[in-house]
Design a protein around this ligand. Sequence first.
Ligand SMILES: Nc1ncnc2c1ncn2[C@@H]1O[C@H](COP(=O)(O)OP(=O)(O)OP(=O)(O)O)[C@@H](O)[C@H]1O
Ligand SMILES: [Mg+2]
Length: 282
Amino acid sequence: MKAPKRLRSLIEEGMIDSVVRQLMSGKEAQVYVVRCGDETLCAKVYKEATQRSFRQAVDYTENRKVKNTRQARAMAKGTRFGRQAQEAAWQSAEVDALYRLASAGVRVPRPHNFHDGVLLMELVADANGDAAPRLNDVAFTAEQARDHHATLLAEVVRMLGAGVVHGDLSEFNILLAADGPVIIDLPQAVDAAGNNHAQRMLLRDVANLRDFFGRFAPELLRTEFDHEIWDLYARGLLSTEAALTGRFEHKRGAVDLGGVMREIDDARAEEAARLLRMQTPT
Ligand SMILES: Nc1ncnc2c1ncn2[C@@H]1O[C@H](COP(=O)(O)OP(=O)(O)OP(=O)(O)O)[C@@H](O)[C@H]1O
Ligand SMILES: [Mg+2]
């Protein structure tokens, strides 16, 4: 196909030879299959901040350390200056996370390059060499579901070990490659230790895995790996060797006031962004 504008500079720089086809147009990026020598790669072209959905912008601001509510409001308002400043950080967050996770042994697409708002990475492929399907597009037996669920929990543990919480993990952001599940789409990944929302995001990521695979293996729906993993992590006891049970005893009585306040702040920021979204032509 004729190379889209945003990919032309990569061709001029000799980073890629040609564009084979467009794979997807997502909320925040367009994804292409490209050729580079005798390799077939994947090029993720980030949309400008103004073209991304506000949901993403809110997630993003939530995920960074926001020191006070005034700053949170300013970010939720999304002034042009604020957005430009965030843009570069948003894009490089995915590249950083990919390098960090790949070197920690997490199965993510191998990053090749990042240039002009385009991420070049391994094309995750199925057994025929075609772009791999998302988990959401595949049906599983109960046994396969249990297997993949266990594999992905181990990946989540490995990611936490590397200090990363995905933050948007679901059946839409995991591909089923010939060699098993591959986790993609990491621009909103957060620092597990230094982020106020890391716990909430980790719990949501793990709950998403449970709910999806629970459709095929209903016994998974009763598991509480989410709380178990975070509890072990918070106590410094999490390792890839730690055997997980899926059971967790909730402590009664203790109220996490800070957590409650953060939830309220989040709800406020989301509401502010929702109102703004209704005013902003998309
Ligand atoms: N490395 C890759 N190999 C194969 N396919 C990929 C790869 N990266 C992305 N894709 C395909 O492109 C789609 C969109 O990619 P991604 O999720 O990273 O972007 P997005 O803008 O967040 O999209 P969405 O809004 O759908 O989540 C994926 O669902 C997947 O089908
Ligand atoms: Mg995605």
